[in-house]
Ligand binder design. Structure first.
Ligand SMILES: NC(=O)c1ccc[n+]([C@@H]2O[C@H](COP(=O)([O-])OP(=O)(O)OC[C@H]3O[C@@H](n4cnc5c(N)ncnc54)[C@H](OP(=O)(O)O)[C@@H]3O)[C@@H](O)[C@H]2O)c1
Length: 278
């Protein structure tokens, strides 16, 4: 039986991935930086490395991501790749982010290159911006002001449902068909935030709009929400990439990996409508 370590297993992508792999009959080790409370959880703190060797020992494969809030992601990710090789793990699937490979110096790109050079069987998935951000990161403004406020102008994004990311990663962790390949994962349509707001309005029956805000206002909002200053600057940089149009590209990678079309934004909005009605 295949044993897979899932890092980020309590998160948006990892929880669904762990569920899918377990449903296939794999033995799943769900990593957590908190005190484990379930038999299939293993302690692992990427910031300190505590638990890393034990989490990987005897595992056949691993899914790897960097938790949000950190800007030097390669410092968290590269030791996992090194330890995976030392433990005889056969395959590592790394979740990066769409656009990370545009700059060889970008920390996520450095992690990708480290994995690709490791000698392990590897895959890199680079998802575009998550649909789920609208009921997590951007939820407060939508609920309390009826507004999505972002510094991205009229640029479009091919938002992806995180369940399609998980399904794509599960496909890569279920066979050897796509060994040593990378995939940019997107939804099937590119929407600007006015169109997103219209779909949220349609799903909820309440008026939700979009306001293009200056980066300075975004900075103040993110700092006010308690995000670390370096991460706030990182967010502003990648929101700038969105505004410049780099998030609009559509790929067929989800269909290639899962055999079905990505979920639509309208379906996501309908399924999560209760989140914006509280
Ligand atoms: N949001 C987007 O639009 C977007 C787009 C592209 C790529 N991404 C990438 O997605 C990643 C985040 O994925 P996600 O949204 O699924 O994450 P998430 O929902 O924020 O979950 C983070 C996970 O990391 C774990 N974690 C936190 N601190 C940890 C630590 N010190 N050591 C080990 N594990 C730790 C958490 O579990 P415990 O609390 O149990 O430890 C949790 O499972 C980031 O790398 C980001 O770059 C995001």
């Amino acid at each position: 039986m295949t044993t897979t370590l899932v890092i980020g297993a309590h998160g948006t992508v990892g929880a669904e991935l762990a569920r899918l792999l377990a449903a296939q009959g794999q033995t799943v080790r769900r990593a957590t930086s908190r005190t484990p409370t379930a038999a299939d959880e293993v302690p692992l703190n990427l910031l300190t490395g505590v638990g890393l060797a034990a989490a990987l020992d005897g595992a056949d494969q691993a899914f790897l991501l960097a938790p949000p809030g950190h800007v030097n992601q390669h410092e968290l990710l590269n030791p996992v790749v090194d330890q995976a090789r030392a433990c005889g793990v056969q395959k590592v699937v790394l979740m990066s982010a769409m656009g990370a490979n545009a700059d060889p110096a970008a920390p996520l790109r450095q992690a990708e290159l480290h994995l690709e050079a490791s000698g392990l069987a590897w895959n890199v998935v680079r998802p575009n911006w998550f649909m789920q951000n609208f009921h997590t990161y951007w939820l407060h403004g939508i609920v309390h002001q009826g507004l999505i406020q972002l510094p991205v102008g009229d640029a479009q994004g091919s938002f992806i449902d995180t369940r399609d990311i998980a399904a794509s990663a599960a496909a890569l962790l279920s066979g050897d068909g796509f060994v040593n390949r990378d995939f940019d994962l997107t939804g099937a349509e590119a929407l600007d935030h006015r169109a997103v707001a219209a779909l949220l309005s349609q799903a909820t029956g309440r008026a939700i709009g979009y306001q293009d805000i200056p980066p300075e206002a975004m900075r103040a909002g993110l700092l006010g929400a308690g995000l670390p200053a370096p991460y706030v600057e990182f967010m502003l940089v990648i929101l700038g990439f969105f505004k410049a149009g780099y998030a609009a590209r559509i790929t067929d990678a989800v269909a290639t990996l899962t055999g079905r079309a990505p979920r639509s934004f309208a379906a996501y909005a309908q399924e999560h409508r209760a989140a914006w009605l509280v």
